[in-house]
Design a binder for this molecule. Sequence first.
Ligand code: HEC
Ligand code: HEC
Length: 217
Amino acid sequence: MKIKVLFAAWVCAGLMQAPAYAKGDAANGQALATQGDGSGAPCAACHGANGEGMAAGTFPRIAGLDADYALRQMVAFQQGKRVNPAMTMNIDNFNQQQLADLAAYFATLPVAAPAAATASQAQLELGKKLALQGDWDNYLPPCASCHGPNNQGVDGNFPGIAGQHASYLKQQLQAWQQGQRQSDPVQLMEAIAKRLSPEQIDAVAAYLASQPAAPQQ
Ligand code: HEC
Ligand code: HEC
């Protein structure tokens, strides 16, 4: 067990060489968020008035997301490493400083408590096991070995995935399985997603969605 945890830590350390991005100005980001990039909808049209996202539309919660991570993801959409025309179209005209400002703004927004879980108890148990203990027989380390204690995120490399919408979590894992998401510098998530069965994806997404995104203040 100890060796496996060390291995995961070593794999994770390899990511720390990701490039550093510009510092954002949250006040400017707030103005940009309400205006949009001039080509279409403001962020709130999809991500909600407070960045809370929308489960039904698989629009992720972006409130409270680490600013470096959010910026890197928006750049990935612009570079075609993540593909979603609706999202890309609405940030295409922003330069990197403006994206940094937007990321800084959404990082400051508080995260609402998670919605009550609708999954079965058995599903939530399976999800919890994957999230916190892994499935070593299938070479699956616990999600928390990279995503931090209770999967609340570590830094700009390992996003918080607790308290994110289950529909979005599921969609991203499927995107990696199908080779459609290339934003991960060393494709750690592609390897993880490809070892997950459809039942495991549903379970871990439901469990993570039911967990608080950040420590209670
Ligand atoms: C028309 C709908 C729409 C609009 C408007 C929109 N987004 Fe998005 N956004 C999405 C969708 C859908 C995704 C998930 C796409 C995917 O990966 O399939 C996304 C993903 C993201 C992500 C990645 C989140 C993560 O956890 O990886 C960030 C950050 C983001 N959007 C920020 C913004 C900001 C800032 C704005 C406003 C400038 C904005 N979005 C406007 C639909 C939208
Ligand atoms: C070996 C390290 C590692 C492990 C273990 C791991 N992840 Fe990840 N995960 C990452 C990295 C790195 C990213 C950021 C990818 C990127 O930059 O696009 C990520 C991103 C994600 C995202 C995208 C979040 C977003 O906001 O867009 C989801 C969903 C996710 N992981 C789910 C999981 C689940 C579920 C597990 C456990 C079954 C898991 N991860 C285990 C490293 C890991």
